[in-house]
Design a protein around this ligand. Structure first.
Ligand SMILES: CC(C)(COP(=O)(O)OP(=O)(O)OC[C@H]1O[C@@H](n2cnc3c(N)ncnc32)[C@H](O)[C@@H]1OP(=O)(O)O)[C@@H](O)C(=O)NCCC(=O)NCCS
Length: 156
């Protein structure tokens, strides 16, 4: 896709907070993460935050972290947000692929995330990227707002 030629994925920092919060609100409206929570994630040394830039404009971002389990490491994707006008151009897939690449380089074997049952776009994106739905999560987001947990094995 032509836009991907101009796309640059690089770490997002606290300096990007305003625009990231704007995109988060556009994506999730009343359920958007508060600005303070995004700031904490961006400043947390244990999280990996990536932004997608098209020329000077931020088109979207992804935030994840690595969790130490008993004998393995798991990657957790907290949020993936693409601004409305930049959707369906492969940017969401590109950000997820880059986060998975970083997870793998750091020894992560399994990646997981949660998504709303009604979120057709995201569920389709994750299915396409090789995620399997493993659990349903009743009232996960709010009463009646059910979720689904998905998992992908990164290392074979
Ligand atoms: C879900 C979201 C991240 C997708 O980002 P995107 O950059 O538009 O996705 P991509 O262009 O990389 O799409 C990759 C594939 O996902 C699927 N997909 C994406 N949007 C879709 C839609 N609206 N309907 C159906 N399938 C969709 C398609 O299979 C698509 O491939 P195709 O365009 O070749 O058919 C974006 O819609 C978004 O930010 N939504 C609001 C926030 C959100 O729900 N985040 C996920 C929370 S877990």
């Amino acid at each position: 896709m032509a836009v991907l030629l101009f796309l640059k994925v690089k770490p997002a920092t606290i300096n990007d907070l305003d625009v990231l919060h704007e995109i988060e609100r556009e994506c999730f409206t009343i359920e958007a993460l508060p600005k303070e929570q995004i700031a904490r994630l961006l400043e947390n040394p244990n999280t990996i935050s990536l932004g997608a830039w098209i020329l000077e404009e931020v088109a979207g971002f992804i935030i994840g972290s690595i969790e130490d389990l008993d004998e393995t490491k798991a990657g957790h994707v907290y949020t993936l947000d693409i601004a409305v006008k930049h959707r369906r151009q492969g940017i969401g897939l590109r950000l997820l692929t880059e986060l998975e690449r970083i997870f793998t380089a750091k020894g992560v074997e399994t990646c997981y995330l949660e998504v709303g049952v009604d979120n057709v776009a995201a569920r389709e994106l994750y299915r396409k990227q090789g995620y399997t739905e493993v659990d349903t999560l009743s009232d996960y987001y709010h009463k009646g707002g059910h979720g689904v947990r998905l998992v992908k094995r990164l290392k074979t």
